[in-house]
Design a protein. Structure first.
Length: 174
């Protein structure tokens, strides 16, 4: 055994890349439930809940609004009190192709309206545990998608001159 080997991260202390974990809960059979936010540069934080034992992921409250930290903590506590999932360890980090597919699928769901839909980095908060990517990686992917398919996603400079605004374009309808 090497003297300074790095041990595998434990779910009790693991923080997914691109997130800020504020609280952790232990479910009935030992799975870890995270309350976290993305490391976005926006003024108000959006919180989400993710169980590392099952597939539970929530970023909206019962009314369909984004969650505050208090609402996320309450949701995590309720889930932890009822979830019987055993600890599965830290989820595997997807490769870049699979992570890009997760984002593209999320964006594709926004095409079904009649009006263009503005995309914010905070829209991906619920995916952060599965993505395990920093904000800069997501922004670069959105830029690449906008250049590759402007009929799907457009990128325009923000009026302040700092940053880019991404917009999902609706399907062309007759």
């Amino acid at each position: 055994m090497a003297l300074f080997t790095r041990t595998a991260p434990a779910p009790e202390t693991w923080t997914p890349e691109g997130t800020l974990v504020s609280q952790r809960f232990r479910a009935l059979e030992g799975a870890t439930v995270l309350v976290y936010t993305g490391d976005v540069d926006r003024g108000s934080a959006r919180y989400a809940v993710a169980c590392l034992g099952c597939t539970h992921r929530v970023d909206r409250n019962a009314a369909g609004n984004v969650m505050t930290e208090t609402e996320a903590v309450q949701g995590a506590n309720v889930h932890a009190a009822t979830c019987r999932a055993v600890p599965r360890g830290v989820p595997a980090r997807p490769d870049d192709t699979e992570a890009a597919k997760l984002i593209r699928t999320r964006l594709w769901a926004r095409r079904y309206g009649k009006a263009p839909h503005q995309v914010h980095i905070a829209d991906f908060t619920a995916l952060r545990v599965d993505l395990q990517r920093p904000t800069d990686w997501i922004k670069a992917l959105l830029t690449d998608l906008a250049q590759a398919d402007p009929g799907f996603l457009t990128a325009t400079p923000v009026s302040s001159g700092q940053g880019t605004r991404f917009t999902v374009q609706p399907f062309d309808r007759p």
